[in-house]
Design a protein around this ligand. Structure first.
Ligand code: IMP
Length: 194
């Protein structure tokens, strides 16, 4: 029988990315599928801490095997900011357009535009906790480009490509992204233990 895991997120973009990356390997249930409408707290000072906090929260209320991801954009010239504060970089509202404008303004006079996305996935399975990390290196553009994806995708060009994540197809982003790397490690682990 296909293994089932809850993905502890309300972000529909993340759900569809993870479902595409996993294909038929695993059945992913969303929080909506288990009728959890609660806003999950993420108050840790680290990306790994937030991923664990979200996974523990959902495991506690559901008792089911689950995982959560937390992602940050780390910009070299900004001392790796916004990092764990990526969602609220420009304020409390998780406003991606405002977050992007704030990064572009902060880098206006900088020649070093290197950055990376870092995703940590926290898995809780049969009561055990396990972390998986994925990163992708790249550069920040000077303006927003493209319409697909979400978050900071319109200003991030992964190394080896000339398009931003928002300009490339979803299937290409899902082959090379930080989230894809972390999800592959998760599936390798699941196939080892089951
Ligand atoms: P969180 O992991 O949902 O807390 O996301 C933190 C911030 O990073 C939010 O502003 C997201 O929109 C953004 N983010 C998360 N994953 C991605 C991604 O794959 N591409 C671009 N931005 C992302």
């Amino acid at each position: 029988m296909m293994k089932t895991l809850i993905f502890a997120t309300h972000n529909l973009h993340k759900i569809s990315e993870v479902r595409e990356i996993l294909g038929q390997d695993l059945k992913i249930l969303s929080l909506e599928d288990i009728h959890c409408e609660k806003d999950i707290p993420e108050t840790s000072r680290t990306i790994a801490g937030n991923a664990l906090q979200k996974a523990r929260y959902v495991h506690k209320i559901s008792g089911l095997n689950c995982f959560a991801d937390d992602t940050g954009l780390e910009v070299s010239a900004l001392n790796n900011a916004p990092g764990v504060l990526s969602a609220r970089y420009a304020g409390k509202e998780k406003d991606s357009a405002a977050n992007i404008q704030k990064i572009l303004a902060a880098l206006h006079y900088k020649t070093n535009r290197r950055a990376q996305f870092r995703t940590v996935i926290a898995l809780i399975i049969d009561g055990k906790e396990k972390l998986f990390e994925g990163t992708v290196q790249g550069t920040i553009t000077t303006s927003s480009r493209g319409v697909s994806g979400f978050g900071y995708d319109p200003i991030f060009i992964p190394d080896g490509y000339s398009e931003t994540f928002s300009e490339m197809s979803a299937s290409l982003k899902n082959k090379i992204s930080h989230r894809a790397v972390a999800i592959r490690l998760l599936t390798e682990y699941l196939s080892e233990i089951r």
